[in-house]
Structures are given as C-alpha cells and as structure tokens.
Design a protein around this ligand. Sequence first.
Ligand code: AP5
Length: 217
Amino acid sequence: MRIVLLGAPGSGKGTQCKSIVERYGLLHLSSGDILRKERAAGSDLGKKAQSYMDSGALVPDEIIIEMMANAIGKVPDTGFILDGFPRTVNQAAELDKSLNHSGQTIDIILNLDVNDSIILDRITGRRSCPQCGAVYHVRNLKPKNTGLCDNDGIELVQRPDDTPEVVANRLETYHEQTEPLVDYYKNKGTVFDIDANRSADEVKNEVFEMLDSLVIT
Ligand code: AP5
C-alpha cells in the first residue's frame, strides 16, 4: 500500500500516521521530520532548509524532491505513507514520474479536512519529544507527567515554527501552494476526504474503516 496523506499544518497528519503505521505496517516518511533531523545534524541540507522552515515558507522543490526520492528509494516492500510530501503540484508530478519509472503508483490519497479556526490552538499547544519524536498537546493529548515524554521521560519542547506568526504564514502557504494538490489528485482518481475537525480517535476510526475496506476488497 502506498498512501499520500494531505492536510493543512496541524490537521493531524503526524498523529494519524502513527496509528496507521502501527496497524498496517507501513513506513512513515514525513518530509518535515526528515528536514528537522537534517537540521539537528547540522548538514548542508538542514542549513539550506532552515530559513524557509523558520518563516513558514516551503523549502524549494529541487531540494525536497531529491531528498524524498532518496528516502522513497530505500523503502522495503511493505509500502509507505507520505506525510507532508508532496506539497506542490510540481512535487506531485515529479513523484508520479519517479514512481512510474519503477512501475509503481500511489494507491490511496487521504485528505484531512480541517477548519483554519481550530488549527492555531492545535499547533501552539503541541509539544514533542526531541528524542523519540512523540507528539502531545497541552490539553488534547497530555503526557502522564506534565512536560515529560511518556516513553523516555525527556523534557518536551515546542517547535520553533509553532508560534502564531509563523503558523499564519504556514497556513497561507498551504492554501496557496498545497491545497491545489487536492484537485490535482481528484482529477487523477479518488481522494478520500476525512473530516478532521473531530477528536483524533474519531478521525482514526474513520481512517481505519476506510483503509480496511480498501485493503480487504
Ligand atoms: P511539517 O513538519 O510537515 O509541518 P506541517 O505540514 O505544517 O504539519 P504539522 O507537523 O505542523 O502538523 P500535523 O498535520 O502533522 O499535525 P500533528 O499530528 O502534529 O513541515 C514543516 C516545514 O518543513 C514546512 O513549513 C516547510 O518549511 C518544510 N517542508 C516540509 N515538507 C515540505 C515539502 N514537501 N516541500 C517544501 N517544504 C517542506 O497535530 C498537531 C497538534 O494537534 C498535536 O499537538 C496533536 O496532539 C494535536 N491533534 C492532532 N489531531 C488532533 C485532533 N483530531 N483533535 C485535537 N487535537 C489534535
């Protein structure tokens, strides 16, 4: 199974991917996570991406396309779920081209549909573990001990791009450059729209129901 997960910043892509990979055994490829690892490692790629990420702009296509082609090229037969990539129509077209080259296609496109009005609260309340990457929320998904990761007890941190100003830019970028992808994929086939304004568990249950029906049939 090869899945693309679309959705605005804070729509719950990372949260849902965690549940999907646990149930279906897919590899989770998050372009944002890969970029943050590159930054933490101080690589050239990380340095090039830094200013774009911190301002809420997209990292240029040529950097991202090469980075994700490398990551996808290493995926075993289990399949994958893409989170945060593609994010422009050009990225999607390049992804299609490179998959076609090896006789593959994207099988399922999920679109997490969420109102802008709830995104700010979700993103500014997000806290994550710098060690294992686990994601929490100060109200919706609290760790057992305030401020500490349930998995390893490490102090949780806030992403530097999770401030109200940068979130506003990220949302604008999403509407201008990423939302057109929904039509791009709708023109090619089915896109499964999921109402992601509901609780994470409600969203997960609908996603599972839908994926189960596709995997079984
Ligand atoms: P990236 O890391 O991909 O960020 P994003 O798309 O903005 O998405 P987020 O990670 O903020 O949100 P999410 O949808 O995963 O939500 P989450 O599950 O964490 O990208 C960062 C930057 O990297 C970009 O701005 C860009 O610069 C660059 N970049 C990345 N990919 C690129 C590309 N392809 N091209 C160019 N540049 C690229 O949930 C958020 C919070 O809400 C959490 O606290 C969670 O607990 C909570 N929550 C989740 N679901 C629910 C729910 N249903 N109800 C209540 N709370 C919920």
